[in-house]
Design a protein around this ligand. Structure first.
Ligand code: PMP
Length: 344
């Protein structure tokens, strides 16, 4: 074990957000001339990249007077966002209501409950995430003194979290002049555009790219031809919500390219990362690493060129998926697991 520096000293758990390590995937990248570097966002306190955004959005909403003591934070989410808000909302003294499409996995629902949130389910399908958001907004409209919707898809604080922290940290860790490319999968798009702008501000030659599941290349179509790509079901939870997030539209000028990765490619790479790198990461991490390789190959990255990406969360969040199982668990199997959930 190489000991480089002591870990962080934190006076409270909130200080554990961010300042994550960046690691070279030195066994995976042996097969290529370029180097692959990945930011370990699974090392945030709730286990995902979303802690940064949840903290920034809660603090900004308080500053703007939208979020006041006694109110309930209502969050529409398909996953990690809910877990991060459940945790940090409770931490800062708020009740948290998570509105999510019914087909989300039992692991995510159990984690929301562990952190103290209440859950409401909306129908799944083509407009999963949007349906949940509309439901949350209706609650807020009917009861504005009780609920405040914090909307990750349309909140500048989401961009800011990554511009001010993740992007800055990557530059401090590697040096902007030593980075050739950067790619990240798009859920809300906050990770992509916040980091892309920070990197471009420091070194405009860095090639930045968004990534989506190949089965659902909505924003790729929009990015390349102006016409939305077709919606399709995929297995890369956390990205590919089926629409172009407004943050991505707003900061489009900082994105140079777009890459797609299939669910099979993502799952196989996540398994390979576990076995070769001893990093048990989630499916979107596998997708990001495949995207990094595709971007670097497409732009002819050579010896020693560095492509950077993100490992957004950890494998243990995907017990019900093909990361572990021969087939994804069905709705009834998820429900059976949830029958045992503690509700106290
Ligand atoms: N991967 C996972 C597992 C996620 O939960 C998310 C967030 N939805 C992302 C990637 C993408 O992050 P962002 O919302 O910043 O685009």
């Amino acid at each position: 074990m190489v000991i480089k520096m002591a870990g962080k000293l934190a006076n409270s758990s909130v200080e554990l957000i961010g300042d994550t390590p960046i690691v070279r995937l030195s066994k995976i990248d042996k097969d290529y001339p370029f180097e692959i570097w990945a930011k370990c966002e699974f090392m945030n306190p709730t286990g995902s990249v979303k802690d940064r955004m949840a903290y920034y959005m809660i603090k900004e909403a308080e500053k703007q007077g939208k979020l006041k003591p006694g109110m309930t934070i209502a969050i529409a989410t398909t996953g990690n966002t809910g877990i991060a808000f459940a945790a940090w909302g409770s931490y800062f003294g708020y009740d948290v209501l998570i509105v999510m499409p019914e087909e989300m996995s039992y692991e995510r629902k159990l984690l929301d409950m562990l952190f103290g949130a209440k859950l409401i389910y909306t129908p799944g399908g083509e407009s999963d995430a949007m349906g949940a958001l509309e439901y949350a907004k209706k609650l807020e409209k009917e009861n504005p003194d009780k609920y405040v919707v914090l909307d990750q898809w349309d909140d500048e604080a989401n961009f800011k979290a990554h511009y001010e922290t993740t992007g800055r940290e990557i530059i401090e860790q590697l040096g902007a002049e030593n980075i050739k490319g950067f790619v990240a999968g798009v859920g809300s798009g906050g990770t992509l555009v916040g980091i892309a702008k920070r990197l471009k501000d420091a070194n405009p030659r860095i090639i930045t790219a968004g990534m989506e599941p190949a089965e659902c290349p909505t924003a790729e179509g929009w990015f390349k031809s102006g016409e939305l790509g077709a919606w399709g079901r995929h297995e890369v939870e956390g990205i590919g919500d089926g629409f172009v997030p407004s943050l991505v539209e707003k900061y489009k000028q900082y994105i140079d390219d777009w890459v797609t990765v299939s669910s099979d490619e993502a799952i196989e790479m996540a398994r390979r990362i576990a076995r070769r790198e001893a990093l048990g990461v989630g499916i979107s991490s596998g997708a990001n690493v495949v995207a990094a390789i595709k971007l670097a190959e497409r732009h002819n990255f050579g010896e020693g060129d560095r492509v950077v990406t993100i490992l957004p969360d950890y494998a243990a969040r995907y017990f019900s998926t093909r990361l572990f199982l021969k087939r994804r668990l069905g709705t009834e199997e998820h429900e059976r697991m949830l029958e045992l959930a503690r509700e106290d």
